[in-house]
Design a protein around this ligand. Structure first.
Ligand SMILES: [Zn+2]
Ligand SMILES: [Zn+2]
Length: 229
């Protein structure tokens, strides 16, 4: 009987659970996990650039002139999963949170200014790739970060697959209310080539993707009011 040998468990990778090689002893994550994470990080800026376009917001949207189904107001195409990835709180924020936790563990200044999400994503990924060798070796929460990077990559990839550029599409009814509180109700359209939506009836304009989100919220609010009336 050798109790010592029975109790001893060989060190494993925190991220995938595989036993570490002798040459990996003392590491938090194995080299294959590190290599996969570098590859995912390197692909994220390009995935983000493709997602951060009007066309990807409108993929799968109903084309102008297509018959609408029974519902009074057609679904509004701006895809929330795409918006939630490209806007603040999305890819850039999730990468920043990882960068900040590594910086804190290293005793470095946290939250350096990285600009807009489009500017920040390549900066964050560069930082994370440069410092991944340290994190895989010594950072004890690396398993969570490897998993979050993997999920981010899957979400971006999934949001990019689907129909290609639909041309001009219906984007719901104009929710802008007049003095009496009645919604304009004109059919709004948008084209894949431009983020600008303008109502042909009341002239209201939504000029960028942040405005699209406001538009969608206003349409939902108008819808609820309409349904209750
Ligand atoms: Zn591993
Ligand atoms: Zn209008």
């Amino acid at each position: 009987m050798n109790d010592t040998a029975a109790d001893y468990s060989w060190p494993t990778c925190m991220a995938c659970g595989h036993e570490l090689w002798v040459s990996e002893a003392g590491r938090q994550a194995c080299r294959p996990c590190e290599d996969k994470t570098v590859k995912r990080l390197a692909e994220l800026p390009s995935l983000f650039r493709q997602l951060n376009t009007t066309a990807s917001l409108m993929r799968g949207a109903r084309k102008v002139g297509a018959a609408t189904s029974g519902s009074r107001v057609p679904p509004i195409p701006p895809r929330l999963e795409v918006l939630s990835l490209v806007a603040a709180g999305g890819v850039a924020t999730r990468l920043r949170d990882i960068e900040d936790s590594w910086r804190a563990a290293l005793g470095w200044t946290v939250a350096p200014w990285r600009g807009s999400p489009a500017e920040a994503v390549p900066e964050h990924t560069r930082f994370l790739i440069n410092n991944l060798p340290w994190a895989a070796d010594a950072y004890d929460s690396i398993d969570q970060d490897i998993d979050d990077i993997r999920r981010l990559h899957v979400e971006c990839d999934a949001a990019l697959t689907g129909e290609r550029r639909p041309g001009r599409v219906n984007v719901g009814l104009c929710p802008v209310a007049d003095e009496s509180g009645k919604a304009c109700g004109n059919q709004l359209t948008a084209s894949a080539g431009s983020p600008r939506i303008q109502c042909g009836t009341c002239g209201t304009e939504w000029s960028d993707m942040a405005a699209w989100r406001d538009l969608r919220r206003a349409q939902e609010a108008a819808n609820e009011t309409g349904a209750a009336a």
